[in-house]
Design a protein around this ligand. Sequence first.
Ligand code: 5GP
Length: 222
Amino acid sequence: MSSLQKGILVVVSGFSGSGKGTIMKKLMEKYSDKYALSVSATTRDPRPGEEHGVDYFFVTKEEFEDMIQKGALVEYAQYVSNYYGTPKAYVEEQLSAGKSVILEIEIQGALKIKEQFPDTLLLFVTAPSAEELKNRLTGRGTETPEVIAARLSRAVEESQGMEEYDYLVINDKIDETVDLVDTIIEGQKNQNTEGFSNLSLSSNINFVNKLREELSGFSKGE
Ligand code: 5GP
């Protein structure tokens, strides 16, 4: 196998409600031969329909802290009062099997991964507007108003770090988004990213600033 065909590490982050979970699901259905999606460990409770070992490894705080102690996580972070972390063994196995490994994680974890593996591709997914994010988050009906408020205020914090990411993916039409994510990963793998300069954060700075302003308004209850 030539070095160009080896898998890469890809981080996908996005605000709560950006639809990144659905994008990942569809990406894996369509391109399961190319990608491996890392399953994280978390101390949060499962949502209806979520399965242990599929969506997350749902563990207790003690079990999570034990994984940290044993060095079993590549990175971990706290998000709205729960721990989330990436098990190391799976990432290593899949990379050496030649697959690109996708980590759907938040920004602190993303930056820790980038520090350890500087070639990691960082993608940031957002809904087309802050209003749309709020609607998706509320419409999901799985979180209490307090948790929704905490997640919106976390989105404001996360929006401050968006410039660290390589590309912004605006999730409007889901099937197009899935193909775009595949195209970006392929481009990065083949070191051919010329066509993507319009997706860089700096090219979208006006959009990003507007989103920051709107999110900050929502988190203050406006
Ligand atoms: P949720 O509770 O909505 O499933 O996830 C909350 C946040 O935690 C999301 O931003 C998600 O991307 C992030 N997350 C999920 N798994 C991990 C992980 O292993 N590490 C880190 N750092 N963040 C994660």
